[in-house]
Design a protein around this ligand. Sequence first.
Ligand code: M6R
Length: 607
Amino acid sequence: MCGIIGIASNDNVSSNIINSLKKLEYRGYDSAGIAINNNEKINQKKVKGKLDNLIYALQEDQFDGKVGIGHTRWATHGEPSDKNAHPHSSRSVSLVHNGIIENATELKKTKEVRDYHFESDTDSEVITALLTHHRREGLSHLESIKKTITILEGSYALAIIFDDNKDTIFGAKNGSPLVAGTNGVENSIGSDSIALSSVANRVCYLEDGDIAVLDNKNIEIYNIKGDKANREFVEIGITESDVSKGEYNHFMEKEIHEHPLAVGETFRQFIDYDTGIIKIPNLNLDFSKISKIHLIACGTAYYSCLVGKYYFEQYSRIPVDCDMASEFRYRDPVIDSNALCIFVSQSGETADTKAAVDYCRDRKIKTLSIVNVKNSSIARDSDYCLYTKAGAEIGVASTKAFTAQLSVLLSMAIHLATLIKSITIDDNKKICKEVMQATQLLEQAIERSYSLKDVAKSITKAKGVMYLGRGTSFPLALEGALKFKEISYIHAEGYPAGEMKHGPLALIEKNLPVVCIVPPGPLFHKTISNIQEVIARGGKILMITDDETLESNSENIWEIFRLPKCPKSIEAIIYSVPIHMLAYYTAVELGNDVDQPRNLAKSVTVE
Ligand code: M6R
């Protein structure tokens, strides 16, 4: 949450900073700000609201200068407002911060800053106050940063400029992500490589405790001990088209249309085309010794874990526990020494998931992460890593990352099951063939989902929506409800269809939309019975199925959305499409900001 950027160039940097902020806006959009050093004078502008407000405000001013920093905010301490927007500046220093300073209240009372005139309600401003004090005491720029960060508790990624150093930007990292980048003529630091994609072709992922010092010619990095660190710079691997909407109206729309590509590319890593089986190559992990699997994640990634539990238990018969990362370490979980903890995250930066990885690492428990962003903190912190190949996901509502996560989890479950012989090689081959149909079926599902536009029109008037399913369709119901409420702001809940009569049925009233995910199979008739109970109480049923026998008039059903016939193994992947499309169309119909829904941010880097 919050995006930071700092650029040192031999030309004016303000337009490049704004450009990078546009790419960072998905990390927070409560306020935005910029500070530029122009011949040893720092000029800053910061305003409440989206980046467009800042761009508008900047039209009145000339913002020249070759070194500058910028920020997009997701409010933690202090409401979204001009005064709480970053940068936070004194006469001598200006900084942008991502993270939370947990001891800010105590630090504000210390003698060093007691007389400092705080202008904001943020935790971040205390860093400005401390740096100002240390500079006044005569410490060098670097020493003042070192001294300041030793007393900060919590997480931070910082970009700092000083009035009397017109060429240099300083960065510091602990807990929050920070990347340094270069293109030969300008150097930069920012929250992620997406932010740096227009000003860098090579990037380096900083480690906790690092301090970066950069001007337009050099980047120096010092490690936690204060020694010069030789960190590796790698190709950025992001193109401009990865981070633009292209022909689509929203990133979410583009990303839904990229389900086939994301799933196809992800599975491709695990298909052995010579033998026609699914296997996980190059992973030096003895799966055969695993006694139990713990799947841990947040939000949509957690729902992919819930589907993953079905995959692992059904195919490999290994017990699986699923935990929300925010709960995991606080419940003091019992974890067997032969257990494997798997962490799922699109961004690879989610604070709760990262903390759960660290919790396991500290206890010497084997960790494997499934992440989308290469070299992200969670990828680097875990013993083993598998990548989803979804490409950059910018929309706050996660879509293609979800189906890509399911693809990795399914591949792992099949690989493991084959190794421990709970399925045969022939079973593996059969599932592999089914997996190879996924791309085509997803394309057909997208094509058919355009018809949900009309359904979405009438759903906009609902005061709530329920999602029901059994088996893997239950976590899909949860995912559907999350996606729906996240961008439509209409209350939505997902339930196992069989649980309705234990309470939630009381919510059913005339014309309440109920989205029922009902694939054919052993649970089909049981789910239909539950649906009848809803119909009897006036619920308005939208049925999502690939069963060809159901007829809408015979079942009192409002609408049947029919998917192409799909194999059981990849059912949850294909069924994700209408779930995501329905949420998308409803939000568009309501005129909501689909890609940047209120109160949220893409990368949740605070607990
Ligand atoms: O980057 P992660 O996958 O770790 O993010 C986890 C959740 O924050 C994320 O899935 C969130 O729930 C989405 N906004 C849901 O659409």
